[in-house]
Design a protein around this ligand. Structure first.
Ligand code: ZN
Length: 441
């Protein structure tokens, strides 16, 4: 099977080049500016489009097994394909939690049968499972996920001795959700005293406060320095936390699309739809996060795609679930930030494709290079369209981007050389591959 992707502007490794990509048996065989003369089984005309490496989303919650009323691997991997995301790392707060080798194996088997793009799974740390880290096949997982702050799924690790053991034991990248639970509980008690049992969502970012984020993130950074841990802090939300990053290559941070797009001013219009943990913070925090995309403080952009049913989003700070879907619109949203001058197109590709591949040691993906798997996305500018309910592929059936008009369109997504999405349709016959890792030691 030979495919030619011709005539696009290829964005890769800091450069924009007009050229053609030759794909053979799922691999990129050549990238050339010459007009290839041989015949092909399939020719993709990318004239007028940009061709990017498929996005690698380092942070998703596809809710399977156990929470499949909200989302599942089939539905969310379709949404990923439609959004130009060809690889994802799913988080361990499923049911059962991915905190044993058996639970991890079950996820690999599920995904092999139904994931339409490439997949892997974080293993979850608990207060007492650090001894099982050595049982894991490091070539199969991106790393260990640690909740230093409670969120969906009650995976909080809060004992200091447990944290010390995890940070000192783990050899793989340790991805941490950082929010200080004592500070949050104190703020919540005070908010309940003032506003009643379920304070309205406008209080969310004052309860899950800047102070709570900074206390926990700075503790994680301190422990990582003490033990030489490869620490990647998930979803930074505050200007203040950014100061802790950008100095040491082994201590990195992720920003997620929702925090880059929304600010506290949006609670009035969106309500609990944008309630996430950590909370969407102030407009000036968002400005700092956007600036950090180019100044080296943020290394990766993911989504924290975390669907809930709309009925689970009813209520206020206590009752409404935290998390929102985003994977289908992450790339086009970031492309809008390119149009707005927040970052350049090559920088977007660095943050969403190259950096996650490099950081987690992903084998043969994340770059457009001969010999790499042909994961790529064709995007077309100046193609206005509006997000409506019927465009949403996530199982939950809603999006905080509903009503938004995008100027960019994902025209086609190739995963391992196969067209998994084109012209508004997912090709559900396509299945992704298990991602392999080569962790530098
Ligand atoms: Zn998350």
């Amino acid at each position: 099977m030979r495919t030619l992707v011709k005539g696009g502007c290829i964005v890769n490794e800091g450069r924009l080049t007009d050229g053609n990509i030759v794909v053979e048996d799922g691999d990129i065989q050549a990238i050339t500016t010459l007009q290839p003369e041989e015949s092909y089984d399939e020719v993709v005309d990318a004239s007028g489009c940009y061709v990017l490496p498929g996005v690698i989303d380092d942070h998703v919650h596809f809710r399977e097994p156990g929470l499949t009323a909200k989302a599942d691997i089939d539905s969310e991997s379709r949404a990923a394909a439609a959004g130009g995301v060809t690889s994802y790392f799913d988080m361990p707060n499923t049911v059962p939690q991915t905190t044993t080798p058996e639970a991890l194996e079950e996820k690999f088997q599920l995904a092999a049968q139904k994931s339409h793009v490439n997949y892997s799974f974080f293993y979850g740390a608990t207060n007492d499972n650090a001894s099982s880290f050595d049982l894991l096949d490091a070539s199969r997982i991106p790393g260990i996920k640690l909740f230093m702050g409670s969120s969906t799924g009650n995976m909080l690790v809060d004992r200091m001795e447990s944290l010390e053991r995890i940070f000192s034991t783990v050899k793989l990248p340790l991805m941490a959700h950082c929010e200080d639970t004592d500070i949050i509980n104190r703020n919540m008690a005070e908010a309940k005293r003032v506003f009643g049992n379920d304070p309205e969502v406008q209080q969310h970012y004052l309860i899950r406060s800047e102070e709570a984020c900074y206390a926990s993130t700075s503790l994680a950074v301190r422990l990582a320095k003490k033990y030489g841990t490869r620490l990647h802090v998930a979803h930074l939300t505050t200007a203040r936390e950014l100061e802790l990053f950008g100095k040491e290559p082994n201590i990195t941070a992720e920003a997620v699309v929702g925090h880059l797009w929304f600010s506290a001013e949006d609670y009035a219009r969106q309500g609990t739809r944008i309630k996430v943990n950590p909370a969407v913070k102030t407009a000036s925090d968002r400005e700092a996060l956007r600036k950090a995309l180019t100044d080296g403080h943020i290394t990766v952009v993911g989504t924290d795609h975390a669907p809930h049913l709309l009925e689970q989003k009813q209520g206020g700070c206590c009752r409404a679930a935290s998390g929102m879907p985003m994977i289908q619109f992450s790339l086009v949203t970031m492309l809008e930030l390119v149009d707005a001058g927040v970052l350049t197109l090559p920088r977007l590709v660095e943050l969403m494709c190259h950096a996650p591949a490099r950081l987690f040691g992903v084998e043969r993906r994340g770059f457009l290079r001969p010999g790499y798997r042909a994961d790529l996305v064709v995007v077309r500018p100046h193609q206005p369209w509006t997000v409506t309910k019927d465009t949403i592929l996530s199982k939950c059936g809603w999006s905080p981007m509903e009503g938004h008009e995008y100027q960019w369109r994902v025209e086609r997504t190739l995963c391992n050389g196969q067209t998994v999405y084109a012209d508004g349709q997912v090709n559900a016959d396509v299945l992704g591959e298990e991602i392999r890792f080569n962790h530098a030691t």
